[in-house]
Design a protein around this ligand. Structure first.
Ligand code: GAP
Length: 514
C-alpha cells in the first residue's frame, strides 16, 4: 500500500465491502459525519464495548455501571459549562464558502512544518546511514531547530489567544501565516466566531410550552447527577467508580475523517470518585491501567503514546490523551482527566442539593474529586479496524488482504467449510455449527474452492476456518486454519470448541491487563 491517504481510502472501502461501516442513509446520498454499522461492524462494536465493560466494571469490585438517559434537564449543561464554553472557533472562506475550525487551520500549518522536520531527518538518515544519531540531529541541526522554534511559537500564540478568547488575534495569526483555503486557494477569510457544538431540540407539544433541551454532548454528566443515588443505593465507599457506555452528539464542523469525528457517536466513560488530595496518585494509576488495557489487545506498543496537556481546561489539574497511530497519524483515542470537584460542586450550586460524601475514616463530609477516563467506541473501532487491515505478499508471489482483528474482538470467530458439497461433508459441517453456535458467532460457507473461501474469511476478519474433508469421515478430525499465520493443524472434532475458546476467550485476553 502506498501513502497515508491511499491506506485510509482502502480502510473506508474495505469497511463497506465487508459489512462493517457505511454512510448513514446512503441511498439519499448520505448524511455528513453520521455512519451506520452493518452486520460485522455491529458485532465488532459490541465486542469492543464488552471488552471495556468487563475490564472496568466486572474486574473492579469498586466500579459499577449505569445507563442514564440521553436527554437531561437543561440546567445540567449550564452547570457543566457546556452552554457557555463548549465552543469551537470557526472561520469561513468567503470564496469557497467553506467553514473551518480556525485552530485546526493553524495546527495543520504546524503539521506541515513538522513534516519538513521529518523530511530533514530522512535525508540525513540516507546520508549518514547506520552512524546517524537522530536525537543529536534533532537538537543540533540549525534548519531543524529553526523549524521547531517556528512551530512552537505559533502553537504558543494560538494557545494564548484561545485562552484569552482573543479571536481577532487568531484571525491575525491565520493572515500572518498566509494560510489559504484548501478548496479555493484564497486568503479571503471572515472573522473568527465561536460556535456551540451542542444539538438543541424541544420537549413538549406546543411551541409556547416546549422546553429547550440538548442531546448530551458527553455521557459523563449522567454519572455526575447520579453520583449520590448510586453511592447510597450501592453503599459504596470512596474510592469508587461509575462507568457508562452510551451515545453522545456534537455538531462537529470539521468532520472529514470517517468515524474518527462524528456528529453521533458513542463514549465509554468512567468517573472515579476519590478523596481530595489523592487525585494525582489516582490519575497516574488510571493512566497505567488504561494503557495496559490497550496493550492487552496486541496492536503494537509503538502505536500508542501519551500526550500530556500543557494547556488545561479550567476544571482540570492534570490531563493526558492516549494517542493512537491512525492512518492519518497519531491522534487522540482516549482522554484521562483529573477533573477536581468541578462538576459535582457546580451541580451542587445549580441544583441546591448536597452532593457530598461522608467519609467515616476522617468523620468529615466533602465533595469528592474525580479522575475520568473517556474513550470513544467509534474511535476505538477505527483504531482496531485500520490497524488490522493488511496487504501481505505471499511466498508464491500473490498478495492477500487480511483483517487481523484481535480474535477476542472478531465479529465471527470461525467459518466451517465442507471441502465439497457432497459425500455427507455439509451435514458434518452443519453439526459442528450446531455445537459451536451456543458459544460463538460462526458461519457456514460452501461456495467456491476452499482457497477462495479462506481468502474471503481472511478479508472479513474471521480468525479460524474449520474444514471438513473426506478424512473427517474416517477418523473424526478436521483441519483448523489460523487466519494470521495461515498455519493448518489437524484436530479431533471433540476439541474444536475448546480450541476456539482458548483463543477467543475474554479471560485469556484480559489476563494481560494484570
Ligand atoms: N467527558 C470527557 C469528554 O467527553 P472528550 O475528549 O471531548 O472528553 C472523549 O471526548 C473521547 O470521546 C475522545 O477521546 C474520543 O475518543 C471520543 N470523541 C469525542 N468527540 C468525538 C467525535 N466527534 N466523534 C467520535 N468520537 C469522539
Amino acid at each position: 500500500m502506498a501513502n497515508q491517504e491511499d491506506i485510509f481510502r482502502k480502510v473506508i472501502s474495505h469497511a463497506k465491502e465487508y459489512g462493517y461501516v457505511v454512510q448513514s442513509s446512503e441511498i439519499y446520498d448520505g448524511l455528513s459525519a453520521v455512519y451506520d454499522y452493518t452486520q460485522n461492524g455491529a458485532e465488532l462494536k459490541k465486542n469492543i464495548k464488552e471488552y471495556w465493560w468487563k475490564a472496568m466494571v466486572q474486574m473492579h469490585e469498586n466500579i459499577v455501571g449505569i445507563d442514564a438517559a440521553i436527554f437531561m434537564h437543561p440546567t445540567t449543561w449550564k452547570a457543566s459549562g457546556h452552554v457557555d464554553a463548549f465552543n469551537d472557533p470557526l472561520i469561513d472562506n468567503k470564496d469557497s464558502k467553506k467553514r473551518y475550525r480556525a485552530d485546526v487551520l493553524v495546527e495543520d500549518y504546524v503539521a506541515k512544518i513538522e513534516a519538513k522536520i521529518d523530511k530533514e531527518v530522512q535525508k540525513a538518515l540516507k546520508r549518514f546511514g547506520e552512524s546517524f544519531d537522530k536525537a543529536q540531529f534533532l537538537t543540533t541541526n540549525p534548519r531543524v531547530l529553526a523549524y521547531q522554534e517556528k512551530a512552537q511559537s505559533i502553537l504558543k500564540r494560538l494557545g494564548r489567544s484561545l485562552e484569552a478568547e482573543d479571536l481577532e488575534d487568531v484571525k491575525n495569526l491565520i493572515e500572518e501565516l498566509e494560510i489559504v483555503c484548501p478548496v479555493s486557494g484564497s486568503k479571503n477569510w471572515t472573522d473568527v466566531k465561536q460556535f456551540n457544538l451542542m444539538f438543541g431540540t424541544k420537549l413538549g407539544a406546543s411551541a409556547e410550552s416546549a422546553t429547550d433541551l440538548y442531546l448530551r454532548p458527553e455521557t459523563a454528566q449522567g454519572i455526575f447527577v447520579n453520583f449520590l443515588n448510586v453511592q447510597k443505593s450501592g453503599r459504596l465507599k470512596i474510592p469508587f467508580g461509575i462507568a457508562q457506555i452510551g451515545k453522545a452528539f456534537r455538531n462537529e464542523i470539521v468532520a472529514r475523517q470517517f468515524i474518527f469525528r462524528m456528529r453521533e457517536f458513542e463514549q465509554m466513560e468512567m468517573q472515579f470518585f476519590i478523596k481530595p488530595g489523592t487525585q494525582i496518585e489516582w490519575y497516574e494509576k488510571w493512566k497505567e491501567l488504561r494503557m495496559k488495557w490497550h496493550l492487552s489487545l496486541g496492536m503494537g506498543e509503538e502505536n500508542y503514546r501519551f500526550h500530556d496537556h500543557e494547556k488545561l481546561a479550567h476544571y482540570a489539574d492534570a490531563a493526558t490523551d492516549i494517542e493512537f497511530k491512525f492512518p492519518f497519524g497519531f491522534k487522540e483515542l482516549e482522554g484521562i482527566h483529573s477533573r477536581t470537584d468541578f462538576d459535582l460542586a457546580s451541580h451542587e450550586k445549580y441544583s441546591g442539593k448536597k452532593l457530598q460524601y461522608f467519609d467515616p475514616e476522617i468523620n468529615e463530609n466533602y465533595v469528592p474529586y474525580v479522575v475520568e477516563t473517556s474513550i470513544g467506541v467509534d474511535r476505538m473501532f477505527l483504531a482496531v479496524f485500520s490497524n488490522s487491515l493488511k496487504e501481505e505478499e505471499l511466498e508464491n508471489g500473490t498478495t492477500r488482504t487480511v483483517l487481523k482483528i484481535p480474535a477476542v474482538l472478531a465479529p465471527t470467530k470461525a467459518a466451517v467449510l465442507p471441502l465439497v458439497k457432497k459425500d455427507g461433508l455439509p451435514e458434518i459441517a452443519h453439526k459442528i455449527i450446531d455445537d459451536l453456535k451456543w458459544d460463538f458467532n460462526v458461519v457456514y460457507d460452501e461456495k467456491d474452492a476452499v482457497g477462495r473461501r479462506y481468502r474471503r474469511q481472511d478479508a472479513a476478519g474471521t480468525p479460524f476456518c474449520i474444514t471438513v474433508d473426506h478424512q473427517t469421515l474416517e477418523d473424526e478430525t478436521v483441519t483448523i486454519r489460523y487466519r494470521d499465520t495461515m498455519e493448518q493443524n489437524r484436530i479431533a472434532l471433540g476439541v474444536v470448541n475448546e480450541t476456539i475458546a482458548n483463543e477467543v476467550g475474554i479471560r485469556n485476553w484480559l489476563k494481560k491487563t494484570e
